[in-house]
Design a binder for this molecule. Structure first.
Ligand code: FNR
Length: 370
């Protein structure tokens, strides 16, 4: 049954209505399924939300220049990153607390990802225990938020190793949460009883004296440093990927330390407002790393053409954050699967119209920038 009477807090659909054809359709619909403060938590970003908007607009500044009459009969969206093959380059970004959006949370997202052959990056803040994800599905990476010290962080990584996760993504762009005014205005708080099987919601802060600074002497003491990344790399057999890198000098440093890939991201505009847009950062970083060094990108992907543009500028794959959660909110696993299907089909058709048979064929020659 499709509920249509109320316009707020609709129960999730069990079948997909015809009017949901695009990610924008899902965005509009998702708002109707969520409490108001949860909606603002999902949609919002840091401060004036310039980066949230810019993440979307960055793609509109790039135009496509198609090539014609190429033979595409052997076409494929398959990609390979760090020796791992993926059927297509659309991954699920790590999003915490997914039971806010649907009672089945990450379990539903994982099911959809498996069916659609999408690589899922599971957040440290998952409500679903990582042991519940299918062990023999290789399309899963684990995202680590630093646990305040090396021992606890490594313990989580070792658990992910035992569950056959294939890479560790360490998110390094948020040693402090963003100043999210919109969230504060609507008094957003996580439900008190919400379960996080792998982490406390707040890592205890070191005690500081009255003359010490709560940010620099408190929180920054338990924030990860480059030496911690080195330590993790030395203690796991999994490839380590850093998420949230925007500066070319950090990219070079990461590479030198043995980091195996980067996710170029400004955290969906949620941490530092007016931070550089991911597409610009991608180009800056692409210029200083070896050609085959994996650079992934997230932020603002809403269309198959956006995926094409990111790959043309040097991304190996992209991740979607909010779009997957729109799908989850609207129709659980079915909704996430439909969102992935929409993007995958849009991307395939874009490839066909652009005259590119394989992902490797996609490059800068197919785009024009203002
Ligand atoms: C996030 N993001 C995020 N990133 C991360 O590394 N760990 C996490 O737990 C979360 N949690 C989270 C919650 C919510 C509600 C959002 C919207 C985002 C950031 C996420 O992985 C990704 O970088 C952005 O969502 C990408 O931008 P789009 O696709 O939402 O535009």
């Amino acid at each position: 049954m499709i509920a249509t009477t109320s316009t707020k807090n609709l129960t999730p659909f069990t079948q997909i209505p015809e009017y949901l054809q695009t990610i924008a359709d899902y965005e509009r619909q998702a708002e109707k399924h969520l409490p108001e403060n949860t909606w603002h938590y999902l949609q919002g970003g840091a401060m004036d939300e310039n980066s949230v908007r810019e993440n979307l607009q960055q793609f509109q500044k790039i135009q496509l220049v198609p090539r014609l009459l190429n033979d595409l009969t052997q076409g494929s969206t398959e990609i390979e990153i760090l020796g791992q093959k993926f059927p297509h380059p659309i991954f699920l970004a790590p999003i915490g607390h997914q039971q806010l959006f649907h009672s089945e949370g990450e379990a539903a997202a994982a099911l959809a990802a498996e069916v659609l052959g999408s690589n899922m990056v599971l957040s440290t803040f998952t409500n679903t225990d990582m042991r519940q994800l299918k062990k023999d599905n290789p399309l899963k990476w684990f995202q680590l938020y630093w646990q305040g010290d090396r021992e606890k962080s490594l313990a989580l990584i070792q658990l992910a190793e035992r569950q056959h996760f294939k890479a560790i993504v360490i998110t390094v762009d948020s040693p402090h949460t963003g100043i999210r005014d919109r969230e504060r205005r609507v008094f957003f708080q996580l439900p008190q009883k919400m379960q996080h099987p792998h982490t406390p919601t707040h890592i205890p802060l070191p005690e500081i004296s009255a003359d010490q600074h709560p940010v620099f002497n408190g929180l920054m003491q338990i924030a990860p440093k480059w030496a911690d990344i080195e330590f993790i790399i030395a203690h796991t057999h999994l490839p380590v990927i850093l998420k949230g890198v925007l500066h070319p000098l950090d990219a070079k440093k990461a590479l030198d330390l043995g980091v195996k890939g980067l996710i170029i991201s400004n955290h969906g505009g949620r941490v530092l407002d007016t931070s550089i847009s991911p597409l610009k950062a991608l180009q800056n970083i692409k210029a200083v790393v070896p050609q085959d060094f994996p650079l992934l990108l997230d932020g603002g992907i809403r269309r198959g053409t956006d995926i094409f543009k990111a790959l043309a500028l040097g991304a190996s794959a992209v991740l979607i954050g909010r779009p997957a959660i729109y799908g989850l909110s609207v129709a659980g696993a079915l909704g996430v699967a439909h969102v992935l299907k929409i993007l995958k089909e849009e991307f395939e058709i874009t490839m066909a119209l652009m005259g590119t048979a394989t992902v490797n064929d996609i490059n800068k020659e197919y785009i024009s920038q203002d």
